[in-house]
Each structure stands twice: as structure tokens, then as C-alpha cells.
Design a protein around this ligand. Structure first.
Ligand code: SAM
Length: 305
């Protein structure tokens, strides 16, 4: 309750709401916010300090100035309170006037978007440059050959993988996932995808029959990860490749909500389980997620000799 009351108190201020609406669109410096809102610099700085202390914004040094932005990993209560406040205030005439004032300021100072986001593009929204579209582009460049996706889920990725595969076998023990995946693939007219209801611990595939095996955020769900990785080695053809994306070991209780059986994995365990068929898997820890509790993924590739 104190977190909720504190969040509502923080947002019960017209200037802070106007600042947040501007920062929702793009990161801005104190000088820019001062010019756009036509308020004193000390007042703007004071409000930003309160938003920063609460964890709703943070600032990044840029030369002698600081650029403020909304945090992706703001405390959940505050994020929800801001989402509600944003919706309630978005049609206020002052918010539209501030946006027009920002556009006039941009035109007057001759700043363009490209120069402004240089060095920050990985955090910025650019129309069409979504992780989804980038994943499609990279998958299209891949050649997976005879490919099997273990823990394929509902086929959200099948469309992306099928075009880069000779044939794609999607395996999952959940009848609901299999049904959803089948209908998704038939609607998309994907003729080279087969769906099989089975567990990764006992793959219904012949020895050495696959060029690529994918395990994309499914190993944390299985009962016996060691058995699944042994099966991957059995079904891979010589020079075939396993691509594994899973969570690094963690202690976040939140994982239980998603039905995980394992709290991520240690590098040493993954290496030991792969040892019978791959002496040197390549293992990379990806950056922690922006949103709390900041799960971290491991990307592992293992080649069959
Ligand atoms: C988070 S989903 C991942 C789906 C898909 N790979 C994706 O990235 O869109 C995890 C999947 O693992 C499946 N799973 C659970 N136990 C499994 C097992 N023993 N073998 C293979 N898959 C399993 C679940 O049914 C679920 O569909």
C-alpha cells in the first residue's frame, strides 16, 4: 500500500505529468525540457530529481548535459500508476501543446533524429526496427536444412524458421500448443512443417536425421534436461548444430508463474551434459532483460563432430 500511495502522490502533479508525456516519446535534456515547457530550469530539475529518485526516469551523461529517459525497469506499481495516469491525461490540451512546442524547438535548433540517437539506437524506437522484424531478417539469412524445434510452443517462431529450413519438425508435449501450432501453420500455408506431440527427453526422430536442433527457451520447462541434451546429440547428423537459448541460473520466484521446472542453468552443468557428443560448446551470456526481475539468457551453440 505505501508503494501505491507514493506512486499516486508522485504523479499528482501537472508539471511531472507533462514531463513524462514528453519523455515517453524521446529522451530529452533539462535545457530542451526547459525550452519546451517554458518553465524555470530549477523547477524542471527538481521535478526530474523526484522522478529519478522514485525510479521512473534515469539520465545518461551526454557531454556536459544529461539526457533523461523513462526507465524500462521502473518498479511495477509505479509503471502501472504511470500507465493509468498517461491514459487519463493523454487528451489534455496541454499535452498536445507541449508536443507541438517540442517540434517547433527541434525545427528551430536544426536537430535531426539520426544525429540525436547516435550511440543510443539499441534503446530507441525506430519505426519498423523491431526485434521481431530483425529476427525475421536474420532467420531468412540462415540455412537450417533438416531442422527440429524442441519445445516449439504454438508455432510463433515456425513461420520464421520454416522458410530457412528444408523441413521443420516442431515437437512439444502440450496438446494445446500442438493444436495451436498446426492451425497457425496451415493458415500461413507452410507446407514443410510437421507437428509431433512428444517430450524432448524421448525424441521420435531417427539417429543422425537432423542438421539443426533448436531449443528456444524450453529447456527450463523439461523434467530431465540432461536427457534432452543427450537426445539432441543422438538426432544430429555429423556436422549438425544445436542452438540452445535458455535462462542462466537465477533465484527469481517469478519463474514459477510461467511453469518453469528449473531456475535456469549453470554453464558447468550445460557443458557437462553436452560432453558425451560435443567437447567445446560456445556459450555466451546475453545482457540482462530491461524489465524486472531482469532474467538473463544463455545462448549456446554445439556442433556435432
Ligand atoms: C516458453 S515456451 C517456448 C516456445 C517456443 N520455443 C518459442 O520460443 O516461442 C516453452 C515450451 O516448452 C514446452 N515443454 C515443456 N516440457 C517439455 C519437454 N519435456 N520437452 C519439450 N518441450 C517441453 C512447453 O510445452 C512450451 O510449449
Amino acid at each position: 500500500m505505501p508503494a501505491c500511495a507514493g506512486s499516486l502522490r508522485l504523479l499528482a502533479d501537472e508539471t511531472r505529468l507533462r514531463l513524462l508525456h514528453l519523455l515517453e516519446h524521446e529522451p530529452l535534456t533539462v535545457a530542451e525540457l526547459t525550452a519546451v515547457l517554458d518553465l524555470g530550469q530549477s523547477s524542471i530539475s527538481g521535478h526530474l530529481a523526484k522522478l529519478k529518485q522514485a525510479g521512473l526516469v534515469h539520465d545518461v551523461a551526454e557531454g556536459s548535459a544529461h539526457r533523461y529517459r523513462l526507465r524500462d525497469d521502473a518498479p511495477e506499481t509505479l509503471r502501472l500508476a504511470w500507465a493509468a495516469a498517461r491514459q487519463l491525461s493523454q487528451n489534455d490540451p496541454a499535452i498536445g501543446a507541449d508536443q507541438r512546442s517540442l517540434e517547433r524547438h527541434r525545427a528551430a535548433t536544426g536537430q535531426d533524429w539520426v544525429a540525436r540517437v547516435a550511440g543510443q539506437l539499441h534503446r530507441e524506437y525506430a519505426p519498423g526496427r523491431t526485434w521481431d522484424s530483425l529476427a525475421h531478417a536474420f532467420a531468412a539469412a540462415g540455412r537450417f536444412g533438416r531442422c527440429c524445434d524442441i519445445g516449439a510452443g504454438d508455432g510463433a517462431l515456425a513461420g520464421l524458421l520454416a522458410s530457412a529450413s528444408t523441413n521443420l519438425t516442431c515437437i512439444d508435449p502440450s496438446p494445446a500448443m500442438i493444436a495451436a501450432g498446426r492451425s497457425r501453420c496451415s493458415e500461413a500455408g507452410l507446407g514443410n512443417v510437421t507437428w509431433i506431440e512428444a517430450a524432448g527427453e524421448r525424441l521420435p526422430l531417427k539417429d543422425a536425421s537432423q542438421d539443426t536442433v533448436l531449443l528456444l527457451q524450453s529447456l527450463q520447462y523439461v523434467e530431465a534436461p540432461q536427457d534432452v541434451l543427450r537426445e539432441c546429440g543422438r538426432v544430429l547428423a555429423p556436422h549438425g548444430r544445436l542452438l540452445l537459448l535458455t535462462l542462466a541460473e537465477h533465484d527469481h520466484d517469478e519463474a514459477a508463474r510461467y511453469g518453469h521446472r528449473h531456475r535456469g542453468f549453470r554453464d558447468a552443468d550445460l557443458r557437462a551434459w553436452l560432453k558425451p557428443w560435443c567437447a567445446k560448446p560456445r556459450l555466451v551470456h546475453l545482457p540482462p532483460e530491461a524489465r524486472a526481475p531482469r532474467f538473463q539468457s544463455i545462448l549456446l551453440t554445439a556442433d556435432k563432430p
